[in-house]
Design a protein around this ligand. Structure first.
Ligand SMILES: *Cc1c(COP(=O)(O)O)cnc(C)c1O
Length: 428
């Protein structure tokens, strides 16, 4: 499929049925798989043959969909996980252990921030957060001898900052470690981080890839570019024999192209079991079949809504990298020439009371913690996800009380703007 264009890969990538086989991806709703002989099964356990034995580790339905995502991102191997959180945890924990250190952008999803700064800290993995806008000097200064990975989000949720992938990839590679990029918001339709030097790409497929608010899931894609063996002292898990798999050395046996995902499947999926259900993988694939059709519409609606809000006298500020006035406009033009996503954030002049009055009047845009759905949804963090914070704490965290995040769906943009306009009229 690699010779085809993105639109074709979205529709037909990952699965090519043979003569008389189902046209649609079959849902292999089976926990286990049958073998003729113990020897046959033994080869699977020795990683001598590839095949399926238990759905906690691998399932064919998932692998068809993962193969499509690998094609879309331009990677050599991929796997699905039960959620975006699991994808980011696995991507990091596959190469980090107690005593390791991570350099991460400070502008990332709150769940990932907690994962790295609180939960992984309890495992003895340290982090240094850097601003996505840091200088090369500041970035280089964040590295330590025990740094094992660099992490960032192409477009951060919810700050909508844009990550300078090339800058971070260069610094990572100069220090002999891979760059992991969470590409959830733009999807491979609008940005392919591997083309800019990222080594590993992760996704919360819960967002645009599914796109219908139907199935929680995640994905990890390996570019196949990072030379683990050239930095073997840093990555013993990939470059020395795995005692739990009969002494296999992943980077030797599976090469640059396959080592990362094979280890992540055979160790982390085996031990943690955060697999996506085959049903969810099937639903995710339905979303992927129209991803290339939906993303431009999300961008069109996001741009129209951002422009409308920017011109409104009750709005203090709009964050959207597609606006010329946005501080990330230039970097977005480089990495996201066709636009980024449909998520816009804006601040109302009247603070929390204004936000409450506004949200109450919305008819099409539903109040939800979700984003990246076909249906428009919005959230005022100060009265919901961050309501335990005081006014001062909110300002410190860069979340003004009047800030609203709106995720523009696939409705008609004129209807969306009319809905926002009437709700803004209700704000005194
Ligand atoms: C939602 C999200 C996640 C977490 O994904 P889940 O599927 O909810 O676990 C990770 N990264 C980004 C950028 C997200 O938007």
């Amino acid at each position: 499929m690699s010779e085809y264009k993105m639109n074709t890969k979205c529709v037909q990538g990952g699965y090519q049925p043979g003569n008389g086989e189902p046209r649609q991806i079959p849902i292999i709703q089976s926990t286990t798989f049958r073998y003729e002989t113990s020897e046959d099964m033994g080869k699977l356990f020795d990683l001598e043959a590839s095949g399926y034995f238990y759905t906690r580790l691998q399932n064919p339905t998932n692998d068809y969909v993962a193969a499509k995502i690998a094609e879309l991102e331009g990677g050599t191997a991929a796997m699905l996980t039960s959620s975006g959180q699991a994808a980011n945890f696995f991507a990091l924990f596959n190469i980090c252990e107690c005593g390791s250190h991570i350099v991460a952008s400070s502008s990332i999803y709150g769940g990932t921030f907690n994962l790295i700064s609180v939960t992984m800290a309890k495992m003895g993995i340290e982090v240094t957060f850097v601003s996505p806008d840091c200088t090369k000097e500041e970035l280089n200064a964040a590295f330590k001898d025990n740094t094992r990975a660099v992490f960032g989000e192409t477009i951060a949720n919810p700050a909508l900052t844009v990550f300078d992938i090339e800058k971070f990839a260069k610094a990572a590679h100069e220090h002999g470690v891979p760059l992991i990029v969470d590409n959830t918001f733009p999807t491979p339709i609008n940005c392919r981080p591997i083309e800019w030097g990222a080594d590993i790409v992760t996704h919360s497929t819960t967002k645009y890839m599914d796109g219908h608010g139907a199935a929680v899931g995640g994905a990890i894609v390996d570019s196949g570019n990072f030379d683990w063996m050239a930095h073997a002292e840093k990555f013993p898990g990939l470059c020395t024999p795995d005692d739990s798999y009969h002494g296999v050395t992943y980077a030797e046996k599976f090469g640059k192209e396959g080592a990362f995902i094979t280890k992540c499947t055979s160790q982390l999926m085996r031990d943690f079991g955060c697999i996506q259900s085959p049903q969810n993988a099937f639903i995710l694939n339905l979303g992927l079949e129209s991803l290339h059709v939906r993303m431009p519409r999300h961008v069109e609606n996001g741009q129209a809504v951002a422009e409308f809000l920017q011109g409104h006298d009750k709005v203090l500020k709009v964050n959207y990298p597609g606006l010329k006035s946005d501080p990330y406009y230039e970097v977005a033009q480089k990495y996201l020439p066709n636009g980024g996503c449909g998520v816009v954030s804006f601040e109302l002049k009247g603070g929390k009371p204004a936000a409450e009055a506004f949200m109450k009047e919305l008819k099409l845009a539903a109040i939800e913690t979700h984003v990246a759905d076909a249906r428009t949804c919005c959230l005022n963090p100060a009265t919901s996800t961050h309501r335990q914070m005081t006014e001062e704490q909110l300002i410190e965290a860069g979340i003004p009380a009047g800030l609203i995040r709106i995720s523009c769906g696939l409705e008609d943009k004129e209807d969306l703007i009319a809905d926002l306009a009437q709700a803004l009229d209700a704000v005194k």
